[in-house]
Every structure is written in structure tokens, then in C-alpha cells.
Design a protein around this ligand. Structure first.
Ligand code: AMP
Length: 280
């Protein structure tokens, strides 16, 4: 695996590999890699001739300064994992490389950008869209891989790519979980032993929703799931939404949507975890 930190170097790499005719798969990440990220690398490696991964902790997508400061950084371990799992090029730019000038672009994603993460993390999706657009312009991949773990982000990226006219296939990959059901996340390593012990309750609640939607109204099932999540010690539930899987608009009856996803954001102390499940 090659590693570069500048746009000039990545352009040189792409030219050297004379990629014309070759397919490039791209996996943007913020590092502190785990098997969830690696599943995206593997999917890209099997679909494409070359796989490029980026690691950049993007400050403009953090609406919480402490979250940015505490975000785990472990480049040596990341490099080892990537090179062992089929990544051909790692792009690790610094902030000046990514943002030589201040960015003031404002995307408009309509209601998709206003619900759930959009409502609770002001500016987050704008920051995500700016950085991914910039990375797409630099890497010019044929395909880009994103986790369904960040379900709303995946829909936002698709919308951004359409607005920007990127001819890139955006591929959503399944959520990779620990054996006890907890969705893998770089933030999990910040959980205390006690918090980690309780964290699988998130997925248990989501599974309960997926297994019990028949025979319950949206309202009563949402209430039960809220109660389950509310009973996890030391946590504070930010939102739980039953939403149309295509538009993410909240539903109040099952017939409101042909597909439904249940999305949750919950604080364990100051650590914010998100997860979701497709109900039907
Ligand atoms: P991040 O480094 O957290 O920005 O994540 C980079 C990419 O990895 C995003 O597309 C995430 O959705 C994806 N990802 C993170 N965790 C998981 C997981 N547990 N399973 C699948 N994909 C994931």
C-alpha cells in the first residue's frame, strides 16, 4: 500500500497507475478503523481494480468541539489494517491540504437534511457534504462505499453527488456489529466498561422493533422502544424515529411508507452513539 498526504502526490499516483480503463473504488473515513470500515475496503477491493481510502478527521463536520478533540486517532494501526486488507492507496491529508481557503458553501438538502441528525447536529451534513465532494473531486473514483450505519449520511451523499453531477456509483454496505449486537464505531473505544456492557441494549431495542412491528401501531411500538432505550442506565436518548427509508420523513402509520427504518441516537455519558435497523 502507498500512502500520500498531498493532492499533487495522489494525482501523480493516479497517473503512474495509468488508471484509464481501470476502476477505482473509494472509501472515505475518519480513521480509528475497525471491521466496519474494513468491510467497505473489502467490498471495494472485490469490485474494483484499485481501492483508495482516505483518513481525515474533518473538523467542519463536528458540531461539538469536545467530540472533535476526543476523536480517536491511531494512524499506525490504521495503516497496518488497510494494507492487510486490500487497500492500494491511503490518502491522509492535513487540514491545509483539504481547506487551503475558508469554505463557505451551503448545501440545501431540503427535509432530508432537517430531520434526525440534521436537527440535532447543526452544520454536520453540510460539513460532510463539503469534505466528500472535495474528496470526490480529488480521487475521481468510479464507485464510493459508505456504511448503512450512517443511514442518513448515505442518503445525503447520494443527494450531494446528484447535485454536484458526480458520475460515481454510491454503494451502501451493511452495518457490521460486535458479536453482542453493538454496531461497530470508532467512538465505542471511549465507552467505560459499564457503558460498553449496557451498549448492546441499543441493538436489542431496534431488533425488538423489527420483530414486533406486525400487530402493533407505530405509536405504541415507538413508545415501547423508547421505554426500553430509556431504561439503559446512564444514558440519555436524543431521538428515536420510525421513518420512511427513502425520504426519512417520520411515519405515524405503517402504510405511510413502503419501507421503514428505525433510527436512534443516544448518549452514553458524553459519548453519542447512533444505530438503525430496517423494519420492512
Ligand atoms: P467514519 O470513519 O466513522 O466517518 O466512517 C467511515 C465510513 O465507515 C462511513 O461510510 C461509515 O458509515 C462506515 N462505517 C462506520 N461504522 C460502520 C459499521 N459498523 N458498519 C459498516 N460501516 C460502518
Amino acid at each position: 500500500m502507498d500512502t500520500v498526504t498531498t493532492i499533487t502526490a495522489i494525482e501523480r499516483w493516479l497517473t503512474e497507475k495509468s488508471v484509464s480503463g481501470k476502476k477505482i473504488g473509494f472509501v472515505p473515513t475518519m480513521g480509528a478503523l475497525h471491521q466496519g470500515h474494513i468491510s467497505l475496503i473489502s467490498a471495494s477491493a472485490s469490485d474494483n481494480d484499485y481501492t483508495i481510502c482516505s483518513i481525515f478527521v474533518n473538523p467542519i463536520q463536528f458540531n461539538n468541539a469536545k467530540d472533535l478533540e476526543k476523536y480517536p486517532r491511531m494512524p499506525d494501526e490504521d495503516m497496518e489494517l488497510l494494507s492487510a486488507n486490500g487497500c492500494d492507496l491511503l490518502f491522509m491529508p492535513d487540514i491545509n491540504e483539504m481547506y487551503p481557503e475558508p469554505v463557505d458553501k451551503e448545501y440545501e438538502f431540503g427535509d432530508l437534511g432537517k430531520v434526525m441528525e440534521g436537527a440535532h447536529r447543526p452544520g454536520h451534513f453540510n460539513g460532510v457534504a463539503i469534505v466528500v465532494n472535495r474528496l470526490f473531486e480529488i480521487v475521481k473514483p468510479h464507485r464510493a462505499y459508505f456504511g448503512l450505519k450512517d443511514y442518513q449520511q448515505l442518503l445525503i451523499i447520494r443527494e450531494m453527488a446528484a447535485q454536484e453531477g458526480h458520475n460515481i456509483e454510491i454503494i451502501g454496505c451493511p452495518i457490521v456489529r460486535e458479536s453482542d449486537g453493538l454496531a461497530m464505531s470508532s467512538r465505542n473505544m471511549r465507552l467505560t466498561v459499564e457503558q460498553r456492557k449496557n451498549a448492546p441494549q441499543i441493538y436489542k431495542s431496534l431488533e425488538y422493533a423489527a420483530e414486533n412491528y406486525q400487530g402493533h401501531s407505530v405509536i405504541s411500538l415507538k413508545k415501547s422502544v423508547e421505554e426500553m432505550l430509556g431504561s439503559i442506565p446512564g444514558t440519555s436518548l436524543e431521538y428515536i424515529e420510525f421513518a420512511d427509508a427513502e425520504t426519512l420523513m417520520p411515519i405515524t402509520t405503517w402504510s405511510d411508507a413502503s419501507h421503514c427504518v428505525v433510527c436512534v441516537a443516544i448518549y452514553f455519558g458524553e459519548i453519542r452513539l447512533i444505530d438503525n435497523i430496517r423494519v420492512y
